[in-house]
Write a protein that binds this ligand. Structure first.
Ligand SMILES: NC(=O)c1ccc[n+]([C@@H]2O[C@H](COP(=O)([O-])OP(=O)(O)OC[C@H]3O[C@@H](n4cnc5c(N)ncnc54)[C@H](OP(=O)(O)O)[C@@H]3O)[C@@H](O)[C@H]2O)c1
Length: 239
């Protein structure tokens, strides 16, 4: 059984990934800023909870008091704002959580990771294409892919892989926040706003967290040993 870390494990995609690994008998730790949310993920299972802000190097380093076999850098946050309106702190905070957070998590995770280790980032279709109002988020998520593709080459000879999963709109708090943003900006009812949000997905629906989890499970598997530096799109064919 593997020891697994999932950052941002207190909600949405991270919660589903953590519960999936735990259900398969792995030893799982979830990390995030809100302990109560992490404890909700852990309810009825042996999942351990650690409060951490992934933008803080000391806090991230402290998470790795014992080695992990699988590190899932999932913590992230969306920002919807046009570049011309964007204060510098919004830009910097978006990069800090979505990009620097992944760097700090992978760097610390690598220190004691052995052969067979897995580094997996939850990136986004915004890692593969841009979009109006998401410049900071897309820049950070493109950066994650640059990090993943480069680190994959650095760790290959150690028998470790580093990959990214790139989901389109997933039905989580973050996905619903994107719908709310469109509702407010364009003064639309929720159903119309949701149709607009998923309009870029050829399957015309939100992605389920379990569909993202399945991609993570594959990349973490022994069978995926030769998949390295890959961006696995889970987007219904969007990109
Ligand atoms: N939902 C989508 O449509 C979608 C699409 C593509 C990619 N993604 C990516 O998937 C990942 C998970 O998103 P989600 O949809 O599950 O959203 P979510 O429910 O909002 O989850 C984000 C998680 O990240 C944690 N987090 C945020 N900032 C943090 C920080 N500084 N330190 C530690 N933890 C932090 C949050 O917990 P705390 O606030 O308690 O810390 C939360 O548990 C993100 O990287 C997101 O960019 C989402």
């Amino acid at each position: 059984m593997s020891r697994v870390l999932v950052t941002g494990g207190g909600s949405g995609i991270g919660r589903a990934i953590a519960q999936d690994f735990a259900a398969r008998g792995h030893d799982v730790v979830v990390a995030g800023r809100t302990l109560a949310a992490l404890e909700e993920t852990a309810q009825g299972s042996a999942i351990s909870c650690r409060a951490v802000d992934v933008t803080d190097k000391a806090q991230v380093d402290a998470l790795f008091d014992a080695p992990f076999d699988i590190v899932v850098a999932n913590a992230g946050a969306g920002t919807a704002m046009r570049v011309r309106d964007m204060p510098l702190d919004v830009w910097q905070n978006t990069l800090a959580v979505n990009l620097t957070g992944v760097f700090l998590t992978f760097q610390a995770g690598l220190r004691e990771m052995g052969a067979g280790g897995r580094l997996i980032a939850i990136a986004s279709t915004a890692s593969l294409k841009g979009g109006a109002n998401i410049a900071a988020y897309a820049a950070a998520k493109h950066g994650v892919l640059g990090l993943v593709r480069s680190l994959a080459i650095e760790v290959a000879r150690d028998g470790i892989t580093c990959n990214a999963v790139c989901p389109g709109f997933v039905d989580t708090d973050m996905g619903q926040a994107a719908v709310t943003n469109v509702m407010e900006r364009l003064d639309l009812p929720r159903d119309k706003a949701e149709r607009m949000v998923v309009g870029g997905n050829p399957m015309r629906r939100m992605i389920d967290v379990d569909e993202v989890t399945a991609a993570v499970r594959f990349l973490a598997s022994h069978e995926a040993s030769m998949v390295n530096g890959h961006a696995l799109s889970v987007s219904g064919g969007e990109i």
